[in-house]
Design a protein around this ligand. Sequence first.
Ligand code: ADP
Length: 421
Amino acid sequence: MEQIASLNTRLVRALPRAIVGAYALLFSRTRAPVLTNANSNQALTALTSRPPHADDALLRARAMEIRSSERTALLDALVDGVLLVDAHGETRFANAAAVAMLGQRAAIAGTRDAIDALPLQVKRAVAAVVATRSSERRRIECDLKGDSALPVVVVVSRMQSESAASSCEELASVVIRDIRAEREADRMKSDFVAQANHELRTPLTSLRATAELFADGEIVSAEECAQFGQIILEHADRLANIIDNMLDIRRIESGMARAALEEVDFSQLVESCVAEQSAEALRRNTSLTVARSVRTATAQADPTLIRQVVLNLISNALKYTPQGGVVTLEVDTDNLARAIVVSVRDNGPGIPEQSLPRLFGKFYRVESLQKVAKGTGLGLNLCRNVVEAMHGGQIGVDSEVGSGSRFWFAIPMSQAGQQAA
Ligand code: ADP
């Protein structure tokens, strides 16, 4: 029993050094920061080193035990699975994440349960690395469950442990990383590219067709020139809008955009947005007013970006609400949530319930409303990015078909605004 405990202690002490190499390989291929052997060894030493105790052997043994349990705890804290197997594929050590991925039996030392739960390529890699004398390391991308349910990257390394040196035993460490999130991000990226391609192509095709009419001399009268010239202008504007919105969203999502925060008076900002849109409201014979506004509603925010959000919501309310409609804005404070809440309410067509979960996604347009007004389906996504990603706020909608919609967003209140409200 004591021998097993001592072997376990030696293995766990050696294991971090073995997995550091595996991490360098995992990270270098997944574009995460590269962890070098030198700096991670330093980190591990710093994490586990303690000031020297008395020479007493018992005390030293106790200190070793603590170090070993700290290292086990460190390995258990990793989100990646870490396994240590011998030349027969029998488990020497499995951290908590490995057990979660491979099943409870993977934890049983001295059995092949863990290695048998891994795909054939990994078993072959383990056999190959323990058979070599060099510090071989292999990286394998595979599906843990064999049906794309759990895609993983596995790094198998020959382990150079003190125990292996003393008993000439060859071991392999197996580090398993769940890459479902990366795969999902890749899928979303290709969906976005495919959709963007489609959205850009539609106005381009119309532009080309109209330009062809001019080139073929089919448009002769001044009246036709004005009419088809207008069509070209509209499609060109739509293209520019899509490209601008896509670039803005991309900048925010990639973390490149920074909010220029300052103390913003939301009541004033909303009033000025309403004034800016009043001519458009008049043209549409729609009433546009601020129905309620708290006296002082200030928060740290980027006024240009928040203005863009308010204008977007007003513009949507105006364009989807039929002539003679009513659009009202409210600026309120939610003292419980410590936020300023701006809402834009209209008595337009409302949004079908099944569309609500997708409304803030990219390029989503409610099918039944596509003929009501032109759009790109990117405006609300941009609003969500500005509110949630750049201001730590929340955006949402309450809507009922036939009655209208209320779009709202909440921005965390600054200390000053909270006190004044
Ligand atoms: P768009 O450029 O198409 O208006 P948005 O991202 O701003 O794109 O809005 C996405 C979709 O949400 C719109 O196409 C429309 O179907 C729906 N929508 C947005 N605002 C309203 C509103 N006030 N009333 C009804 N539908 C709306």
